[in-house]
Design a protein around this ligand. Sequence first.
Ligand code: FES
Ligand code: FES
Length: 265
Amino acid sequence: KVSYEPLLYVNGVRRVLPDGLAHLTLLEYLRAKLIMGHSTFFGAKGIGLTGTKLGCGEGGCGACTVMVSSYDEKSRKCFLKMFFQTLCYQCLLSTSIFCRRNACDYSGRIGKLQESLYICALNMKSLQESMAQAHGSQCGFCTPGFVMSMYALLRSSQTPPSEEQIEECLAGNLCRCTGYRPIVDAFRVFAKTNDMLYTGISSVSPEEAKSICPSTGKPCSCNSNNVNDKCVVGDNRYKATSYDEVDGTKYTEKELIFPPELLLR
Ligand code: FES
Ligand code: FES
């Protein structure tokens, strides 16, 4: 049965948008909840998921970033594996203006928010842990947006991203506390480590590159050749996490699938 009511899947849960939401931004819809009969968000009736933050409200800071997926009819990419690998990088590019768009604009979409990180996605958790261990979060207000941006990059990449791609993907997220270095440090453990060793650092010969610790990506005397080895010498603030751990193909049971209902719309 094809339904034409405004519909969203949020973290895998079907949500029919009630009438009268045309004025509501997606962010307001996501965050608002009722406490003692009163809305926490300017009278809006939402679903109370507050992981997504309101920062600038103007599309400039990335605090409101969520991940959205759409079905591409031309390429017909919505199969499980393809779905993971094509998941919303294009949508990600527009997520920085989510705070300016209405919830109804997103009907027929599937979204993923911070709340689900704790419930169903181990791979997301590894992103959060890296952030914590590298001290990439201070006041924490920007953290959900950074994590979502990074997660979307990993899920939409068919190979491990380079460090440059990681920095580029975080370009729309602002942080007023950390100075960005700890955040980039936190995520660089997800970079394509071998490339980083032998081609990413052009001024270092392959011979010299052997002295770069694959665990931290920095010159080090540990002589380790294995990314899974724990570096006992160099900067060891965060543990290395291999790309395999965030490869969506390993989490098919726990990750979202594109709802068949939305394919018919
Ligand atoms: Fe700043 Fe949305 S709140 S980009
Ligand atoms: Fe405070 Fe980023 S940790 S804004």
